[in-house]
Design a protein around this ligand. Structure first.
Ligand SMILES: Nc1ncnc2c1ncn2[C@@H]1O[C@H](COP(=O)(O)OP(=O)(O)OP(=O)(O)O)[C@@H](O)[C@H]1O
Ligand SMILES: [Mg+2]
Length: 470
């Protein structure tokens, strides 16, 4: 191809690029006079070509920046180079309508013996700037919120390391935010006996296998080795393409609240036991003694009985028998209220005695199966187990009308397992109830950090298992 034809082709290619570029292009001469502007540039500043050709480039800049710009322009002509104007900063331009623009400008030049042209490549970044300032504002708000909230905010990456921890979190953990970042959360801040199960759950969340909709509790260990109980809510953070990137956890320190709740529960149970003792004493000493006195008076009548007629004798015998039964019943109720047998002979004997009484007084067959050493249990635990068995037997008898009740109590190495089963009518444990028995029982179990499981259906049969760590 001939040189002149080739250069013609390149010329027309350049014109094509100039005319169709989405980026605004402006050309000035060495005096800062506008020589050429492409259509994108004209539409950006809202001028026609005729309106700006021959004008100083400062026409496109706010008046207050005129002088500074002229100085920069001179400097550029003295030592021209291809570069971005004030790299990193956004510059201000002005439209014909006087609306201001945020611009990013690249500079270039063409120099020949007697001519010098400056070429400006102009990008309008007004929208980007607006968004950036919105984002900066939101970030500031978020930072303020995170510093004034009473909750811990923690972000863990999929590698288990801390990405973010707010001020509350670092205060509770006793480490600065800087120290915490990058540390493995599980190895550094969780107690050995809890970390594996929590780690497993974390992995499942990261792998997208479980959605976490519940509140969780677990302990953390702060820099002084102190355990704190935290209630957490977790949310996954996803990349734009949906892949899970991190877990955001929001935690509240409930250590003191839980101590208070436990103390309340314990006080309630102690109160109940005291009330039972008082009732038992009153029954025994009041009503029991009164019946006993009536019995003695009746005994005093005994030598005279021969002198009375048959009807009188029958009524006398009936009253005496009923009086004996009433006295026995009061004794039994009183014993149940304060299981003295439990204090004197331990859980095993107390449960056996309870079983025998039920066997004798009902048509229900009660099977008791006891394993392990139940004699040397802490009195608090044996009383708890005894009360639970009492309530569950009473529930089965009152509500289920079963033929059989099975009770298994097994003392393991570090736990005690209790199962009470009946073959009665069953029930829906989720159904609201006005009864107090099961909720009292739950409070007792929670005090010992135990677990309760009710397996029952309206089709029949109930099995309730309770596991209490020792
Ligand atoms: N073994 C069971 N078989 C069938 N239904 C049961 C059984 N245990 C409990 N229920 C049902 O659950 C309800 C709640 O039991 P809970 O012990 O809390 O209260 P309650 O026995 O009704 O009253 P309270 O124990 O306060 O005297 C009962 O009313 C009963 O409907
Ligand atoms: Mg009950």
């Amino acid at each position: 191809m001939e040189l002149s034809t080739r250069s013609q082709k390149i010329d027309s290619l350049c014109t094509l690029i100039f005319e169709n570029s989405g980026e605004a292009i402006l050309v000035t001469d060495s005096n800062g006079k506008i020589v050429q502007a492409n259509p994108s540039c004209l539409s950006l500043f809202e001028y026609t070509l005729d309106e700006i050709v021959g004008q100083e480039v400062e026409k496109l800049i706010p008046t207050e920046l005129d002088q500074i710009h002229k100085a920069h322009r001179k400097n550029f002509i003295n030592s021209p180079e291809n570069r971005k104007m004030h790299s990193g900063l956004s510059l201000t331009g002005i439209k014909k309508s006087e609306e201001k623009l945020c611009l990013e400008i690249g500079l270039s030049y063409v120099k020949s013996e007697n001519e010098f042209f400056i070429i400006c490549f102009i990008s309008n970044v007004s929208n980007r700037e607006k968004w950036l300032s919105k984002i900066r504002y939101q970030q500031k708000l978020l930072k303020t919120y995170l510093s004034v909230t009473h909750s811990i905010f923690l972000i863990l990456g999929s590698d288990e390391r801390i990405i973010m921890l707010n001020k509350v979190g670092s205060t509770i953990l006793g480490v600065s935010e800087k120290e915490a970042i990058g540390k493995n959360w599980f190895d550094q801040f969780l107690p050995v006996d809890e970390k594996n199960s929590i780690r497993d759950f974390f992995k499942k969340m990261i792998n997208g296998e479980v959605e976490d909709t519940n509140t969780h509790e677990n302990h953390i260990i702060n820099s002084e080795g102190e355990k704190r109980l935290i209630e957490w809510n977790n949310t996954v953070i996803r990349y734009k393409n949906g892949v899970i990137e991190a877990i955001l956890s929001n935690g509240v320190d409930i250590t003191e609240k839980r101590i208070l709740e436990d103390a309340k529960k314990e006080a309630l149970i102690i109160g109940q036991e005291m009330e039972r003792r008082r009732l038992a004493q009153e029954l025994h000493d009041g009503l029991g003694q009164a019946i006993s006195a009536i019995g003695l008076n009746m005994n005093a009548l005994e030598p005279e009985i021969e002198n009375f007629n048959l009807r009188f004798k029958t009524i006398y015998a009936d009253i005496k028998a009923r009086l004996d039964t009433a006295y026995e019943e009061i004794k039994a109720i009183s014993k149940n209220l304060t299981p003295k047998i439990l204090e004197d002979f331990g859980l095993e004997k107390a449960l056996e005695y309870l079983g025998e009484t039920i066997d004798q007084s009902t048509n229900v067959e009660l099977h008791l199966s006891l394993h392990g050493d139940l004699k040397n249990l802490e009195s608090k635990i044996s009383l708890t187990i005894y009360r639970i068995v009492q309530e569950l037997i009473s529930n089965a008898l009152r509500h289920a009308h079963p033929k059989n009740i099975n009770i298994y109590v097994t003392r393991g190495k570090d736990n005690i397992l209790l199962i009470v089963e009946d073959d009665g009518k069953g029930f829906d444990p989720k159904k609201p109830t006005t009864g107090l028995g099961i909720s009292n029982l739950k409070s007792r179990i929670e005090l010992f950090k135990g677990k309760l499981n009710i397996d029952s259906t309206a089709k029949g049969g109930t099995s309730i298992s309770i596991n209490i760590p020792l």
